[in-house]
Design a protein around this ligand. Structure first.
Ligand SMILES: Cc1cc2nc3c(=O)[nH]c(=O)nc-3n(C[C@H](O)[C@H](O)[C@H](O)COP(=O)(O)OP(=O)(O)OC[C@H]3O[C@@H](n4cnc5c(N)ncnc54)[C@H](O)[C@@H]3O)c2cc1C
Length: 457
């Protein structure tokens, strides 16, 4: 148990997703009559919405129906931590290790382009996603983590990154983010956003396109083959489509085809009340970049547009039998305590500032710890396993799925996460035991990186 300064009395902590308070949502009516369309998409997160967007741009005649169990953005798309990262899967190192430098470079370039396009898209469409393009730093708080930063810089140089990328020593790093915990830093770039507002803005833009309808409160119960395509069964009506896309990411295991291909893993976050102007003045943080500590189980922090502090990360939590039940799992006192320790370590001057929200959500992990996007070969397509790095990557994936669904052979349809081999997870209880063991080894490597040197994931 970490030693924690108790939150000031009288502070009620909500175990609810903070971002949802930044824009209210009234879910639309469910699907009540049978429909026919060219493409039916199951799930209403970024993957679904970007795919619909790029499909319509490529072929405006397409009729697209999206069915979403809750509301568009109710999944990870609406409650992630808002770091728009170029990362694919676990880390750059893991990607180069698995796929080689050349393929990793192509994939990073595609996702990097998505980051720029996302910013332009929001500006053009008037989506106030609170985009902060100063991005974030990868930081080190001890010599072992400095070595990890140096390793990543070497890799980035091999991949042809611009020379502007360099290791900031303690003084230069603290001149960017005035935390006494930071010993070194590397600017990653990327951006920070409000994820819920991005999801809701994207929902409005996509559903304004003629020929796209999105039914909220409409759960896909089954996808069955019929002549010329598939039928997506929902509680009150069916959608018959020539092509079907499964875009439910961490929920994808509910469909038999993906049962053992992707598992949900709980990741937690904590948000403070807004800092006062006096409190803000206590830390030199001129560009408000986020920071991500180097390691397997990263911890990270950022300011929201309303000057709250958000901390996230820490050890991953796989629940027996892929348990995604929100009331049972959204509050994790141990994770909240660990995040409070991060607040105190990075910003002791703000340790009195209480958390107002602590909550968790599920990231989707595959055996290879990279996403998988592909076709089942009978008019059905899938995308899952974004491993906690999906904001920019789902934008790129929208282009990949556009090309797969339209049968086009392009540079996108050949990226390293397309049509990759997927190893299944073992059945329970082995999956649960294996996840626990792997988590322990990764945590041990974070504590003793010189003892465990090999690339584990
Ligand atoms: C806590 C957390 C923090 C994260 N932080 C970051 C971050 O800082 N940066 C980053 O890049 N990425 C982050 N991610 C990852 C990122 O949010 C996801 O990769 C991305 O949102 C995935 O989008 P998606 O559309 O594929 O899935 P989702 O947004 O989860 O959408 C899937 C949708 O499917 C719906 N659904 C499920 N079953 C059915 C069904 N049977 N019928 C109809 N609909 C169904 C769900 O309700 C959900 O809305 C984070 C994720 C989590 C959980």
């Amino acid at each position: 148990m970490t030693d924690i300064a108790p939150a000031p009395t009288g502070t009620a902590v909500k175990h609810e997703i903070y971002w949802r308070e930044t824009e209210s949502v009234t879910p639309g009516a469910p699907l009540r009559e049978d429909l026919r369309c060219d493409v039916c998409i199951v799930g209403g997160g970024y993957t679904a919405l970007w795919t619909a967007h790029f499909l319509k741009k490529a072929d405006p005649r397409l009729e697209i129906v999206i069915v979403e169990e809750d509301y568009a953005g109710a999944g990870a798309s609406g409650h992630n931590d808002g770091f728009v990262t170029p990362t694919i899967g676990h880390s750059l190192g893991a990607l180069v290790h698995r796929f080689g430098a050349e393929r990793a470079k192509l994939a990073y370039a595609a996702v990097g382009k998505s980051i720029l396009e996302l910013n332009r898209f929001c500006a053009k469409q008037g989506i106030d996603a609170e985009f902060e393009s100063a991005g974030y730093y990868q930081v080190a708080s001890n010599p072992d983590q400095i070595r990890l930063l140096e390793r990543d810089l070497e890799l980035a140089a091999r991949l042809g990154a611009q020379s502007g990328l360099d290791l900031l020593d303690r003084a230069r790093a603290r001149d960017r983010i005035g935390s006494p915990a930071i010993e070194a830093a590397v600017k990653v770039g990327g951006a920070l956003i409000n994820p819920h507002r991005l999801a809701r803005g994207l929902f409005r833009v996509v559903t304004a396109l003629p020929g796209v309808s999105l039914y909220e409160q409409t759960r896909a119960l089954a996808v069955e083959p019929v002549a010329g395509g598939h039928v997506v069964r929902t509680p009150q009506a069916d959608v018959t489509a020539t092509k079907v896309l499964y875009a439910t990411n961490a929920y994808q295991h509910q469909f038999a085809e993906f049962r053992r291909k992707v598992v949900p893993v709980w990741s937690y976050a904590a948000v403070t009340r807004p800092l006062t102007d006096d409190e803000l003045g206590a830390v030199h943080w001129p560009e408000r970049e986020g920071f991500v500590e180097a390691g397997n189980f990263i911890v990270f922090g950022r300011l929201t547009a309303g000057n709250r502090l958000l901390f996230g990360g820490g050890r991953a939590h796989y629940r027996f039998r892929r348990d995604m039940d929100v009331p049972r799992n959204i509050d994790n006192p141990d994770a909240s305590e660990a995040l409070h320790a991060v607040l105190r370590r990075y910003f002791p001057m703000w340790q009195h500032v209480p958390f107002t929200h602590t909550y968790g959500g599920c990231v989707a992990i595959t055996r290879e710890v990279v996403p998988h996007v592909g076709a089942l070969g009978d008019g059905r397509f899938y995308a899952h396993g974004f491993c906690g790095n999906g904001i920019a990557l789902t934008h790129t994936t929208g282009k990949v799925l556009r090309d797969l669904i339209l049968g086009r052979d392009t540079s996108y349809s050949d990226l390293l996460f397309v049509h990759g081999k997927e190893k299944p997870f073992p059945p329970e209880p082995l999956a649960f035991l294996g996840a626990g063991a792997l988590s322990s080894v990764l945590a041990a490597q974070d504590r003793h990186p010189r003892l465990i040197r090999r690339q584990i994931v």
